[in-house]
Design a protein around this ligand. Structure first.
Ligand SMILES: [Zn+2]
Length: 464
């Protein structure tokens, strides 16, 4: 399994690729190349993949044959096995994530007949025509509600709401025991301190069914109106779903049980925020429930996708912390803070290479040549001063007119942004269009102004 060996094998390859891509000098540090291109270091990348592999393994469904093996491997006596290594990696990057709170992967036993819950779909008649406008749908719902007044029917409106999506989430169900005859009552439940509308909607359905199934009734007619098409679709089909498996399966199970009690359930989509009274009430209650969840530390159920993404983010954080800790070069510190800006693919490649080199600090300027080989003069051929990056960028009199043009251009860019005089930075990171705090368009303009300067000076001409 992956470990130090793989890292040793990949690191030089990644370095060579980055050198080729950026056109940077051999001496450029790997950290600089990684920062310049936004490429995560090999070891962190591998740790991330291993942590993710552990997450995938540990969230297998209990019905999956691999589940028992994994559980066995994770016991104390089996310390040192590859699975333990993966578990360690996971611990390094998990942050606030716990595997118990991650949704289990779905699993269907091939020996069993097609998912048995599937048989109940016959009692649902969702007319979820996508072409159908909300107005039309509202009209159809009104007609449906009118037509069932004669037959004794329980009508339920469900809703879920996430304040911020993701954010504190709650759900609700508004129940009319005998539609047209009785006043509604509502049930609501906070779901999680941080989740999304979709889970809220599913929880709303679950809450409705739990409430209904507690009553000792059979042979009744129930109409459930939910304003989330995705939730309905995933609940009533027999397909595997990729998120909130346990929850969806619980809902299916509940539907199945009620079907066995000869309850006739119909689920329909009801357009949200269209003034359908029951739906508005449910929406209001779900929002109240979400407020209740706000200051709770209610366990969030992570979908597997969210959890995998989370690990990736943690890996990026680790990279960021590392570069803040180890970077000594002035240039690099600036880039590292704004790491995610990749080097630009604009204009001439030779110009891009020159800019990459200037940012990394390893260039063909004489001060650098002299650092490699002290028989070479460090001085500028034009003016005799030491030819450092700063000299080339800001001071050499030979390039004064080109520099003026660049400064004017940059000033215009700042003018457009109404940046205050004091904050008009001219450092290499700004010029190279690598500022995270400036937008993509502004960075492009900066880069263009800078490339113009590089090309005007001709100092790096003929290099590749
Ligand atoms: Zn000079």
């Amino acid at each position: 399994m992956a470990g130090k060996k793989q890292e040793d094998a990949y690191a030089p390859i990644q370095r060579r690729a980055l050198l080729a891509a950026t056109g940077c000098k051999q001496r450029t540090s790997t950290e600089a190349l990684e920062a310049l291109t936004g490429t995560i270091p090999v070891d962190i990348h591998l740790t991330c993949r291993q942590a993710q592999a552990y997450l995938r393994l540990s969230t297998k469904h209990t019905g999956n044959p691999i589940y028992d093996t994994i559980t066995h491997e994770l016991t104390e006596e089996r310390r040192g096995t590859p699975v333990h290594l993966l578990a360690t990696r996971f611990k390094e990057l998990k942050g606030e994530l716990e595997t118990e709170t991650v949704d289990k992967e779905c699993y269907f036993d091939a020996r069993l007949p097609p998912f048995s819950i599937g048989r109940i779909t016959g009692s649902f008649t969702p007319k979820m025509n996508n072409q159908c406008s909300k107005e039309q749908a509202k009209e159809e719902i009104a007609q449906l509600l009118q037509s069932i007044k004669q037959t004794k029917t329980t009508v339920v409106f469900t809703d879920g709401s996430s304040l911020g999506n993701p954010g504190p989430t709650g759900c609700s169900a508004v129940i009319y025991e005998h539609w047209g005859r009785t006043e509604p009552y509502t049930v609501k439940k906070p779901v999680a301190a941080k989740s999304n509308n979709y889970e809220g909607e599913l929880q709303g359905l679950h809450l409705a069914l739990s409430t209904l199934s507690k009553r000792e009734r059979s042979e009744e007619r129930v109409l459930i109106l939910c304003d989330c098409k995705a939730a309905i679709e995933n609940v009533i089909t027999t397909h595997q779903v990729d998120a909130y498996n346990d929850l969806v399966n619980n809902i299916r199970q509940k539907l199945h049980e009620m079907k066995q009690k000869r309850v006739n359930i119909q689920i329909e989509w009801c357009p949200g925020h269209m003034g359908v009274a029951g739906n508005e009430l449910a929406d209001e209650q779900a929002k109240l429930a979400a407020e209740e969840a706000r200051n709770s530390n209610m366990n969030t159920v992570w979908t597997r996708q969210q959890a995998l993404k989370h690990i990736e983010k943690q890996a990026e954080e680790r990279w960021k912390r590392r570069s803040e800790l180890h970077t000594t070069s002035k240039h690099m510190q600036k880039i590292n803070v704004q790491m995610k800006k990749k080097c630009k693919v604009l204009g001439l490649r030779s110009t891009q290479i020159a800019i990459n080199q200037l940012v990394s600090g390893h260039t063909s300027l004489n001060a650098y040549r002299n650092w490699i080989d002290d028989t070479e003069s460090p001085n500028c051929e034009a003016c005799g001063e030491r030819e450092s990056t700063e000299h080339f960028l800001y001071y050499c009199p030979r390039y004064e007119s080109s520099r003026r043009r660049m400064y004017n251009e940059v000033d215009n860019i700042y003018q457009e942004l109404s940046t205050r005089e004091k904050e008009r930075r001219l450092d290499i990171v700004t010029l190279a269009g690598m500022r995270e705090d400036l937008g993509e368009e502004t960075n492009k303009k900066m880069y263009k102004a800078f490339s113009k300067y590089i090309e005007d000076t001709g100092r790096f001409a003929g290099e590749d």
